[in-house]
Design a binder for this molecule. Structure first.
Ligand SMILES: NC(=O)c1ccc[n+]([C@@H]2O[C@H](COP(=O)([O-])OP(=O)(O)OC[C@H]3O[C@@H](n4cnc5c(N)ncnc54)[C@H](OP(=O)(O)O)[C@@H]3O)[C@@H](O)[C@H]2O)c1
Length: 397
């Protein structure tokens, strides 16, 4: 199937996609128009190809595939909706849009021969979505944990590996093109959460509203936390988790203070990794670059190629109604650094461990339920406290 593409966005990822399509010089795949926003920016494109009006792409009957790689979530939703309604297929790298709007967008796909593919939205170059859809379609997963944000992992690698200051590491991640336009999404865990929601759809067949999932990031990480972890031979990784709890699953985003026995400990820089535990496949670790121009563009290119053979996700587990519940309770062992004694007292910690006080803050370890953690999340954020998962106690679900 010939693909006539309208490429919307010509930034880090868009330029990579353009380069890959140009290198290929395949008459079956052509970029007819490139839509951008800023008329004053200099571009390495023939002027006739550039346009500034989204509808010039979306109303073009010759274009049958819209590739959306912009950094504006509202415009991305407009593009996706109009493309799908007017019978064009869509390739997108926008995880926030996909995670939040997936059930609505799926309705537009029904029976009109179009598809929406978004491999580039999750874990950059790791072919995780199509593998979950196709290769693992018959397996039943017991857990999925991963480092899903290249920018946050790059920052953590620099502060742990090189002793670099957090802010400097974040600036470097931005310079290298790993960070989102709004880097708060990377460090707050929200970007990880969007990807986790997408992975839940394709691994367990269940969509969860992202606003209901516990999410804590690394924005409050301080040297004291790094020193604590390092003194125990541990590292901190920002992780997304879907773990078995009782008859269902619990889902959460959290920094994890882990030792070298955890495969995620060894994942450095902008690399991502997903650890899957399947009933049949057992433990599988998929790893690869999770951010940056070519790793992400490669995933987008793979979706473009997939459309040439008419591929679309089948959402087999999702449509079959997996019957899985993802709202389970889970008991987590936690490291907490806080200036607020009140949080320690009122949070509902059990199995209280270490409590130290130095330089005006407390360092505390204890066990807490996910529901109690969710209840105090705002307090933790607002008080500049930092929490990290340190492990689980068997049989506590
Ligand atoms: N960078 C990564 O490593 C990475 C990895 C995975 C996924 N992603 C995702 O890929 C997408 C693009 O990221 P990026 O890093 O390539 O962003 P970027 O470098 O900031 O580029 C964004 C591009 O979108 C264009 N744009 C923004 N709003 C527009 C609008 N309303 N109409 C037309 N064009 C518009 C901008 O136009 P101008 O050039 O005129 O400013 C720019 O070309 C995002 O959804 C991001 O989450 C990025």
């Amino acid at each position: 199937m010939k693909q006539t593409i309208g490429l919307i966005g010509f930034g880090v990822v868009g330029q990579g996609v353009y380069e890959l399509v140009s290198r290929r010089s395949d008459p079956g795949i052509t970029i007819k128009k490139v839509c951008v926003r800023d008329r004053l920016k200099k571009r390495s494109l023939t002027p006739g190809k550039i346009c500034y009006d989204l509808d010039e792409v979306l109303d073009d009957d010759e274009i049958n595939l819209v590739v959306e790689v912009i950094n504006d979530p509202d415009a991305a939703c407009y593009i996706a909706e109009k493309a799908l309604i007017t019978g064009k297929s869509l390739v997108s790298a926008n995880k926030k849009m996909v995670a939040e709007r997936l059930p609505a967008f799926r309705k537009f796909l029904a029976g009109n021969g179009t598809a929406m593919l978004y491999e580039g939205s999750t874990c950059g170059s790791i072919p995780i979505i199509r593998n979950l859809e196709e290769y693992y379609s018959n397996d039943i997963f017991g857990s999925l944990s991963g480092i899903l944000n290249g920018s946050a992992n790059y920052i953590l690698s620099r502060v742990f590996g090189d002793g670099m200051a957090y802010k400097e590491a974040l600036s470097q991640a931005q310079l290298l093109g790993f960070a989102e336009a709004d880097p708060r999404l990377d460090v707050s865990g929200e970007d990880t959460l969007s990807k986790l929601v997408i992975l839940a759809v394709h691994s367990l067949g269940k969509w969860v509203d992202p606003s209901t999932v516990f999410c804590s990031g690394i924005q409050n990480l301080r040297p004291a936390d790094i020193q604590y972890a390092a003194s125990l031979g541990m590292k901190i990784r920002l992780t997304g988790n879907i773990l078995r709890s009782g008859k269902g699953f619990s889902m959460f985003v959290i920094p994890w203070m882990m030792n070298r026995d955890n495969p995620l400990y060894h994942v450095e820089n902008e690399y991502n990794a997903v650890v899957l535990e399947g009933e049949q496949c057992s433990r599988q670790v998929l790893t690869g670059k999770g951010a940056g121009r070519m790793p992400t563009a490669t995933a987008v290119m793979s979706d473009i190629d997939a459309r040439t053979s008419g591929y679309g996700y089948r959402y087999r587990k999702f449509l079959n109604g997996s019957g899985v519940e993802i709202n389970g309770e889970k008991f987590l062992n936690i490291y907490l650094r806080t200036g607020s004694e009140e949080i320690i007292r009122s949070a509902g910690f059990v199995k209280k461990g270490d409590l130290r006080k130095s330089n005006g803050y407390y360092i505390f370890t204890g066990g807490i339920s996910l529901s109690n953690l969710t209840r105090i999340r705002k307090q933790l954020d607002e008080s500049g406290s930092f929490i990290a998962l340190t492990g689980f106690d068997a049989g506590d679900d």
